[in-house]
Ligand binder design. Structure first.
Ligand SMILES: *[C@@H]1O[C@H](CO)[C@@H](O)[C@H](O)[C@H]1NC(C)=O
Ligand SMILES: *[C@@H]1O[C@H](CO)[C@@H](O)[C@H](O)[C@H]1NC(C)=O
Ligand SMILES: *[C@@H]1O[C@H](CO)[C@@H](O)[C@H](O)[C@H]1NC(C)=O
Ligand SMILES: *[C@@H]1O[C@H](CO)[C@@H](O)[C@H](O)[C@H]1NC(C)=O
Ligand SMILES: *[C@@H]1O[C@H](CO)[C@@H](O)[C@H](O)[C@H]1NC(C)=O
Ligand SMILES: *[C@@H]1O[C@H](CO)[C@@H](O)[C@H](O)[C@H]1NC(C)=O
Ligand SMILES: *[C@@H]1O[C@H](CO)[C@@H](O)[C@H](O)[C@H]1NC(C)=O
Ligand SMILES: *[C@@H]1O[C@H](CO)[C@@H](O)[C@H](O)[C@H]1NC(C)=O
Ligand SMILES: *[C@@H]1O[C@H](CO)[C@@H](O)[C@H](O)[C@H]1NC(C)=O
Ligand SMILES: *[C@@H]1O[C@H](CO)[C@@H](O)[C@H](O)[C@H]1NC(C)=O
Length: 577
């Protein structure tokens, strides 16, 4: 630790007047033993290291403190999510979840002491799902504090700069109190999952629809294929949240054109509401149309007929350190008294782009939201066994995030109908960070047994297997910027399934029953809901052929594609309820 490298005045409320730097020196004599907390060998792809930033550059830090009782919350989550459990459906209030996720007073004190003895005085405690200690410090102070060397990185495609490091340390005696420190080894990451978009004509110029569903997939195709009702939902409290990141904006005019063309049975003025975080906006006009946001909105509003849909636009001012608002969005939902019961998110990235602690931090927020009764549904990714994006040079399979997190539902991709087939980009595999949860043990074990030694060493066979299920992902028709466009990607699959869950929830609410909440124990307990996908393209990647769709669960289509009527039945309802 370098001493006296700059003038720092320490103001501690308990000590009265501000002390001068001598305090700094004396405490530095008892310098703590440091231990590397997180490290990575390289920055995620596209990030280029530029050199040291100016030593006086101020950086805003957030230290995420460890939850008081993480395993208690996990148990509580499973208690309310495993069908047949006495507490099934008794979702937790925000206060109940906070009692697990908050930091202990001891953690707050211990970390605060370390920071103040290093001259950090502008400390603030903030509670989201977890508790954070927030402060700003110049780069040279931070270098000493975390026993590291911060660098300036530039994200080549966007030109955005970030101060980060590839490794940092914390005091050994604080390891059990600190989960992660941001910004350190995390980089802004999120990317939309749609793999490819082919542009068609202005929707008004296309006359006939493809009734066979062999060339295009429309809401009507999906209603027939998965028995999704066209009748409107009835419960005003039932909601779907659709986050929009990185300046993909949802357009009212495109939704209206979409409904006029593809849902003529719905009022074409059916719309969505908008909420913004991190300085987000939702500008209107063809030049602002984003295919990802339009896809996500059109296949929720246009499929979950009558369900209130909220577009949550995350702006540039994210503070989460996970990925461009990725964490802020779910913390925002968590903070609501009545959060939307379903969230559909079609953004993702590679698991290894996060360090294990960062991945855990985000995944634990999903756990907290699940305990509150929110179903979190994500496309699995579009790079086959190479994860969120295609990569032919990888030498190990690259699991996608958040597919490997056990507390979300990951939806892979299919194409064609009669029969539905697995598609090559559908990401699937096994997490390198998260162990296989017991709810999927029975389903995944036979797959691994049949696979034998194939691909041994390329993936961690004790990791959480994903995706959980699959849905259509080719040639999905949307309107964006006034044009009809066809999309391939698991970005399509997520909202389709999310809409089905929301429609089941609607009937559960109407029947006075709890909503489905965290879905996976229910899904793996009711595999009869799914049409097993047993053929199709393998999810090639990393120079291998990838995994095949097989009888039973497989890491390309999961348990298969859903059927609404069977979901209703498994939820204890009949179609007449
Ligand atoms: C959560 O909500 C409370 C009040 O509703 C607000 O004061 C607080 O800033 C919110 N926290 C976050 C992280 O959004
Ligand atoms: C989407 O997939 C179909 C095959 O189902 C293919 O014909 C089409 O070219 C793909 N679209 C794009 C934009 O890649
Ligand atoms: C949508 O939600 C709003 C506010 O929560 C509510 O006032 C409205 O009635 C709901 N609309 C529908 C169609 O359920
Ligand atoms: C939609 O249009 C109908 C009639 O055309 C009208 O009664 C209704 O209020 C409109 N709804 C909205 C949300 O504007
Ligand atoms: C984002 O943050 C910057 C810098 O703090 C601020 O100037 C800007 O107004 C914020 N933008 C929005 C939309 O809140
Ligand atoms: C492909 O994977 C390798 C090995 O994991 C990685 O180093 C490389 O950055 C990846 N390439 C892309 C384009 O993601
Ligand atoms: C899937 O197959 C198509 C057509 O053969 C090919 O163009 C595409 O690159 C493949 N995608 C992946 C992720 O393997
Ligand atoms: C495989 O995953 C398990 C569970 O997540 C983990 O404990 C183990 O260390 C991993 N093994 C390797 C070689 O990464
Ligand atoms: C239901 O799931 C729980 C754990 O998720 C498991 O213990 C139980 O055996 C399952 N029951 C059936 C019938 O699959
Ligand atoms: C996938 O199926 C093909 C064709 O049957 C077979 O050649 C290949 O070995 C299978 N791959 C795996 C990983 O099982």
């Amino acid at each position: 630790m370098g001493l006296f490298h700059q003038k720092v005045v320490i103001c501690l409320a308990t000590l009265g007047p501000c002390l001068l730097r001598e305090v700094y020196a004396s405490s530095a004599l008892s310098r703590r033993s440091m231990v590397v907390h997180e490290s990575r060998t390289e920055a995620p792809v596209h990030y280029i290291r530029e050199g040291p930033p100016h030593p006086e550059t101020l950086v805003d830090f957030r230290i995420a403190l460890t939850s008081m009782d993480r395993s208690g919350l996990e148990k509580a989550l499973y208690d309310v999510s495993i069908p047949g459990s006495p507490l099934y459906g008794k979702h937790l209030s925000i206060e109940e979840v906070n009692s697990y996720t908050s930091a202990s007073a001891h953690s707050v004190t211990a970390v605060t002491e370390w920071l103040t003895e290093n001259g950090i005085t502008n400390l603030k405690l903030e509670s989201a799902v977890h508790d954070y200690l927030i402060f700003s410090a110049p780069v040279d102070v931070a270098n000493d504090l975390f026993d590291t060397e911060f660098h300036s990185f530039v994200h080549a495609p966007s030109g955005k700069r970030a101060i980060r490091t590839l490794q940092y340390s914390i005091p050994r005696d604080l390891v059990s109190h600190i989960n992660v420190v941001h910004p350190t080894t995390s980089f802004d990451l999120a990317k939309p999952l749609s793999i490819s978009v082919s542009y068609g004509k202005r929707s008004s110029e296309i006359s006939s629809l493809d009734a066979s569903c062999s060339n295009t997939i429309t809401p009507q195709c999906l209603q027939e294929l998965y028995d999704i009702p066209t009748t409107p939902a009835t419960q005003p409290s039932n909601r779907i949240a659709v986050p929009g990141l990185i300046e993909y904006w949802a357009q009212y005019a495109d939704l209206q054109a979409f409904l006029e063309r593809l849902r003529p049975d719905m009022p074409s003025n059916t719309t969505f509401s908008v909420e913004t975080i991190d300085g987000g906006t939702n500008p209107q006009g063809p030049e602002y149309a984003g295919y990802e946001a339009n896809l996500d909105i059109q296949y929720t509003v246009g499929l979950a007929t009558g369900v209130n849909t909220t577009f949550i636009s995350a702006g540039p001012n994210n503070t989460d350190g996970a990925a461009l608002g990725y964490l802020d969005v779910v913390e925002y939902l968590y903070n609501m008294t009545e959060p939307p019961q379903v969230m559909s998110m079609s953004y993702g990235f590679q698991e290894w782009w996060l360090t294990p602690s960062q991945a855990q931090q985000v995944c634990d927020v999903y756990m907290a939201l699940g305990a509150r009764g929110v179903s979190l549904i994500f496309g699995s990714g579009d790079g086959g066994v190479s994860g969120a994006e295609r990569n032919d040079t990888c030498t190990e399979f690259l699991p996608a995030f958040p597919g490997g997190c056990p507390y979300i539902t990951s939806v892979g991709g299919t194409y064609s109908i009669n029969p539905e087939l697995s598609t090559n980009f559908s990401s699937g595999g096994f997490s390198g960070y998260f162990a296989r949860p017991s709810y999927q043990e029975q389903a995944v074990a036979p797959f691994l047994e049949n696979l034998g030694n194939t691909y041994a060493g390329l993936f961690n066979a004790s990791g959480r297997g994903f995706p959980d299920i699959a849905a259509q992902s080719h040639n999905v028709e949307i309107v964006t910027g006034g044009e009809t466009v066809y999309i391939n990607g698991t970005s399509c699959s997520g909202p389709i399934f999310a809409s089905m869950v929301a429609l089941v929830n609607d009937r559960l609410i109407a029947a006075g029953k709890p909503v489905l909440g965290f879905l996976n124990p229910f899904l793996y307990n009711n595999t009869q809901i799914f049409t097993d996908i047993t053929a199709g393209l393998p999810n090639a990647g990393c120079g291998t052929g990838g995994f095949n769709a097989t009888a039973g669960w497989d890491p390309i289509t999961g348990l298969g594609t859903p059927n609404f009527l069977k979901m209703l039945e498994a939820a204890g309802l009949s179609n007449d309820d």
